[in-house]
Design a protein around this ligand. Structure first.
Ligand code: KIV
Ligand code: ZN
Length: 498
C-alpha cells in the first residue's frame, strides 16, 4: 500500500490548531498558511470542519481551489449531514479526503453517546460507507483511541477498513498514553487486525502530559505511516504533536530508516508565519523553532561550539531555515530588500500592500536602528488590522516619579472623532481608563502580557490581551516600540472583535 520508509505528514494546524481560542484566522489568512504548507511539502492539509460554520466551509472551498499538490481533508462527525457538507466543500479539491469518525472509548460511548459498543461500531461502518459514496479517500478516526480497550479498538479498525477506509487514525485525544503504551497499542492493531495492510495507520497525539511527540514517534516505530501534527504544536489545551519536532527527529535519526517529504528549510519561516497570523507566541525554548533553540549562551558551550560546532549542536540551524547571517534591514533598505525578506519569512506581498508595509517599515526604521525578522512579521501583521472600525487617532500619556499618571486619547470610530482623558496607576492604566470613557462597555481584562521582540531599549514590544465581555472571551494583539501604544492597540483589537 505504501513505500514503507515514507511517513506521511498530515497537517492539522488549520483545523485542530485553529480551534484554540484566539487563534482564529480568516479565509485569506488560511489560504496564506495553506500555500506555505504546500511549499513546506506536507502530504495532507486538514483545512477545516465544514459543518461547524459557514466560515469553515468557505475556507475548505477556497483552500481546495488554491492548493495543488497536498490532499485536502475535511473533518466530520459520523453524521450523514456532516459528510454531505464536507463533500460539497471539497468539490474543488484536486485530491479530497473526508475524515469521519466517532468516540470509541467507554467514556465517550457511555457519557457522550449514551450508547453501547455494538451500536458505535455500526455507526462507524455506516459513516465510512456513506463517505465512500462521495470520495475514494476516506479516513476514519476512533476518537479517544488512547483510552479505548485494544480488543474493541481492533474490531472497529478491522470493520472500517473492510468498509473502505483508506486511512485509520488512532488519536490519543486526551494526551494520556505513555509512549510505550501507545506504541504497544499500534503494535496490537498490526498483530490483530485482518486487512490492516489495506490502510495507512495514523497517529494523532495531544500534549496534555508533554508526551505528544514521544507518543507519535512510538506509533511510527510500530508501523504508523501517517502522523497528524501542527506547526509550533498549537492545538486544543496543551496542543498537538509539533510538526517540526517529528520531522527533525526522523531526519536526524537516520538509523530509523524513515523519511518525510518536508523541505526542512521552510520550517522556521512557516513557524513564524503561523505564530504571527495566529497571535500565538512561540515559547523561546521551543525545540527546533524557539528563539533560543540554537543560542549557546554559557561560556563552556560557546567555547565548544567555536572549536567544533558538533560539540553542542545536533542540527545545523540553516537546515530548518534559520539564517544567522540574514541581512538586518535599516532605513536605507529598499522595497526589494523588504519584499525579499518577507518572502523568506513566508509572507508574499506585492503592489499596494507592499507599499503600505514599506511605509510602516520606514516609520519603524526611524525609531529603531536595526529591523529584525520578528519586527518585519509584526509590520505585516499590523497592516492586516489597518481596516479596523475603531482606531486610535492620537494618544498622549505621561508618567513619572512624584506625579499622577495621566492620559488623553482621541478615537476614530467609523470616521467620527471622540476624545477623553483619565488618570490611572500608570500610563497604561490611565490610557485604558480614558478609552473606557468613550467605549462604555463592561470589558474585563483577564490576561495581559508584554514581551520584547528582539533586543535593545529601542525594541518593538508585543502585547497579548484576553478580555471578557458579555460572558464571552476575546483575544487582542498590539505591537509598537511604545509600551503604552502597544497596550492600547491590543485593547482596541479586542474591542473591534467585540
Ligand atoms: O483529538 C482528536 O481526537 C481529534 C479527532 C477529531 C481527530 O482531533
Ligand atoms: Zn485532536
Amino acid at each position: 500500500m505504501t513505500d514503507n520508509n515514507r511517513v506521511y505528514i498530515f497537517d492539522t494546524t488549520l483545523r485542530d490548531g485553529e480551534q484554540v481560542p484566539g487563534c482564529q484566522l480568516n479565509t485569506v489568512e488560511k489560504i496564506q498558511v495553506a500555500k506555505a504548507l504546500e511549499e513546506l511539502g506536507v502530504d495532507v492539509i486538514e483545512a477545516g470542519f465544514p459543518i461547524s460554520s459557514p466560515g469553515d466551509f468557505q475556507s475548505v472551498v477556497e483552500i481546495s481551489k488554491a492548493v495543488t499538490w497536498p490532499t485536502i481533508c475535511a473533518l466530520t462527525r459520523a453524521v450523514e449531514k456532516d459528510i454531505d457538507v464536507a463533500a460539497e466543500a471539497l468539490k474543488y479539491a484536486k485530491r479530497g479526503r473526508i475524515h469521519t469518525g466517532i468516540g470509541t472509548s467507554d467514556y465517550h460511548i457511555q457519557y457522550k453517546f449514551n450508547s453501547n459498543r455494538e451500536e458505535i461500531l455500526e455507526r462507524a461502518v455506516r459513516a465510512v460507507k456513506y463517505a465512500k459514496k462521495h470520495v475514494e479517500d476516506v479516513e476514519f478516526y476512533a476518537e479517544d483511541a488512547g483510552r479505548t480497550d485494544n480488543e474493541y479498538l481492533a474490531r472497529v479498525v478491522e470493520a472500517v477498513i473492510k468498509a473502505g477506509a483508506t486511512v485509520v487514525n488512532i488519536p490519543d485525544t486526551t494526551g494520556y498514553c505513555l509512549p510505550e503504551e501507545f506504541g504497544a497499542k499500534i503494535q496490537y492493531l498490526f498483530d490483530h487486525v485482518d486487512g490492516i495492510e489495506n490502510a495507512i495507520i495514523s497517529t494523532h497525539c495531544h500534549n496534555d502530559l508533554g508526551m505528544a511527540t514521544a507518543n507519535t514517534l512510538e506509533g511510527i516505530r510500530h508501523g504508523a505511516r501517517q502522523c497528524e501534527v501542527t506547526l509550533n504544536g498549537i492545538g486544543e489545551r496543551a496542543g498537538n504533536t509539533s510538526l517540526e519536532e517529528v520531522v527533525m527527529i526522523l531526519k536526524s535519526h537516520k538509523e530509523l530508516g524513515l523519511d518525510t517529504h518536508i523541505n526542512t528549510r521552510r520550517l522556521y519561516p512557516c513557524s513564524r508565519m503561523v505564530s504571527n497570523l495566529m497571535n500565538m507566541p512561540v515559547q523561546p525554548n521551543k525545540a527546533i523553532v524557539g528563539k533560543n533553540a540554537f543560542a549557546h549562551s554559557s561560556g563552556i558551550h560557546q567555547d565548544g561550539v567555536l572549536k567544533n560546532v558538533q560539540t553542542y549542536e545536533i542540527i545545523d540551524p540553516q537546515d530548518v531555515g534559520i539564517d544567522h547571517n540574514s541581512i538586518v534591514l535599516t532605513a536605507r533598505s529598499g522595497h526589494a530588500a523588504l519584499k525579499h525578506r518577507l518572502e523568506i519569512l513566508g509572507v508574499k506581498v506585492d503592489g499596494e500592500r507592499l507599499d503600505r508595509i514599506y511605509q510602516e517599515f520606514l516609520r519603524l526604521a526611524d525609531k529603531k536602528k536595526e529591523i529584525h525578522d520578528d519586527d518585519i512579521l509584526l509590520l505585516s501583521g499590523a497592516e492586516r488590522t489597518s481596516d479596523r472600525h475603531i482606531k486610535v487617532d492620537w494618544l498622549q500619556a505621561t508618567s513619572g516619579i512624584g506625579m499622577k499618571p495621566v492620559a488623553s486619547i482621541c478615537l476614530d470610530i467609523a470616521g467620527e472623532k471622540f476624545e477623553a482623558a483619565a488618570t490611572g496607576n500608570g500610563p497604561v492604566d490611565a490610557s485604558i481608563n480614558a478609552l473606557r470613557q468613550i467605549i462604555k462597555r463592561q470589558v474585563t481584562i483577564n490576561e495581559f502580557t508584554i514581551q520584547g521582540v528582539s533586543k535593545g531599549a529601542d525594541d518593538n514590544c508585543k502585547v497579548h490581551m484576553q478580555v471578557e465581555a458579555d460572558g464571552r472571551i476575546y483575544y487582542g494583539f498590539g505591537a509598537s516600540t511604545d509600551i503604552v501604544t502597544a497596550s492600547v492597540d491590543a485593547y482596541i483589537d479586542c474591542i473591534n472583535k467585540i
